[in-house]
Design a protein around this ligand. Structure first.
Ligand code: NAD
Ligand code: TYD
Length: 351
């Protein structure tokens, strides 16, 4: 079946994996990638598919309602998979305004453009909103986030994503816009901007720079390989029920410090350094403000109803990921020069 799909944020980390997957897998779909190319958006991530006939890139800010609406009309958009966002918690603590602008107002602009251009006939239309488990807040030692867990966001990032989720559901309840929402746990893999824990630490180990561990390193995150998130989005997009929410996660919890030790071990081994060489780089620093203690996702609904499961064990995923960053040091170098260096100095006060 032919379809024109608008993917927002396709030049970012998860978006670029999703665009690559869908462009290859569905030659009859036309994938329109809308991205304004912030510091986190990089067209280098999409080199492999940029010349494909079923792919188009448009440089548009999702907050620019008139241009967004015109894009819906020009490309006869049938469905949206919305990933564009400001996505880094630490940046949201420094600059909450840009998070409200992009994540809330940008989502509203897309919803309104869909509603106005689709009219009242929603046959074969879908607005798929990609969200995060951080909207649920923080867990203690036990329990998992389910789709029924009450929202309790703590960081400005989480609050802006929670707000956008509410707008998406409000458009369903008020205007019957066909929507689906997924909330995923922490992703890791290739093409992630090295401000997030895993690529930042790999990059710092390569360059023998300190590894800034927040607090005691005891916070827990639930890690999923990014390609498995993209596969889950594909499944939910095609088989998910309108109006439903699906949690996505790998039942793969790691205390930060344990994960950091796995990264150190893997990088040292793949670089041919003696085991434990980079251990000395661990540097405990002041904790992140409002640092959520634990995230853990129950994704059994997605497994039972739509048959999705992660394809990769964490050990294999981490090995692949470290190997990718070591083989793509030019990619790392290109994006860690310039503006990023100023950001790093400001955040960590070291270089
Ligand atoms: P990212 O920061 O790597 O990429 C975001 C992309 O959005 C970039 O290409 C950027 O240029 C683009 N963008 C930002 N503002 C824009 C605007 N105003 N107009 C158009 N494009 C804009 O983010 P990511 O990690 O790939 O996350 C993608 C989505 O998945 C986000 O909505 C995020 O909340 C969600 N999510 C991320 C994770 C994770 O672990 N990274 C986990 C769960 C959910
Ligand atoms: P991050 O990758 O920023 O994802 P999120 O905050 O969205 O979960 O951080 C993952 C965990 O690693 C989180 O508990 C914060 C911690 N962390 C550090 O200890 N040091 C760092 O420099 C960064 C970026 C994160």
């Amino acid at each position: 079946m032919k379809k024109n799909i608008l993917i927002t944020g396709g030049a970012g980390f998860i978006g670029s994996h999703l665009v690559r997957l869908l462009v290859h897998k569905y030659p009859t779909y036309h994938i329109v990638n809308m991205d304004v190319l912030t510091y986190a958006g990089n067209l280098e991530n999409l080199k492999e598919i940029e010349a494909k006939e079923n792919y188009t890139f448009v440089k548009v800010d999702i907050c620019d309602f008139e241009t967004v609406k015109q894009t819906f009309i020009t490309y006869k958009i049938d469905a949206v998979i919305h990933l564009a966002a400001e996505s880094h918690v630490d940046r949201s603590i420094k600059d909450p305004f840009s998070f409200a602008q992009t994540n809330v107002m940008g989502t509203l602009s897309l919803l309104q453009a869909a509603k106005e251009t689709w009219g009242s006939d929603f046959t074969n239309k879908l607005f798929y909103h990609v969200s995060t488990d951080e909207v649920y807040g923080s867990l203690g030692e036990d329990g998992l986030f389910t789709e029924d867990t009450a929202y309790d966001p703590h960081s400005p990032y989480a609050a802006s994503k929670a707000s956008s989720d509410h707008f998406v559901r409000a458009f369903h309840d008020t205007y019957q816009l066909p929507v689906v929402v997924s909330n995923c746990s922490n992703n890791y893999g290739s093409y992630q901007f090295p401000e997030k824990l895993i690529p930042l630490f790999i990059n710092n180990i390569i360059h023998n720079k300190p590894l800034p561990v927040y607090g005691k390193g005891e916070n827990v995150r639930d890690w999923l390989f990014v390609n498995d998130h993209a596969r889950a989005i594909d499944v939910i997009f095609h088989k998910g029920k309108i109006g439903e929410t699906y949690n996505i996660g790998g039942f793969n919890e790691w205390k930060n410090i344990d994960l950091i030790n796995v990264i150190i071990k893997t990088v040292d081994r793949l670089l041919g350094r003696e085991a434990g060489t980079s251990q000395k780089l661990i540097t405990y620093i002041t904790d992140r403000a409002g640092h959520d203690f634990r995230y853990a996702i129950d994704s059994s609904k997605l497994k039972e109803e739509l048959g999705w499961e992660p394809s990769l064990q964490f050990e294999a995923g981490i090995e692949k990921t470290v190997a990718w960053y070591l083989e793509n040091q030019e990619w790392l170098h290109n994006i860690t020069s310039g503006d990023y260096r100023a950001y790093y100095d400001k955040m960590y006060g070291v270089d």
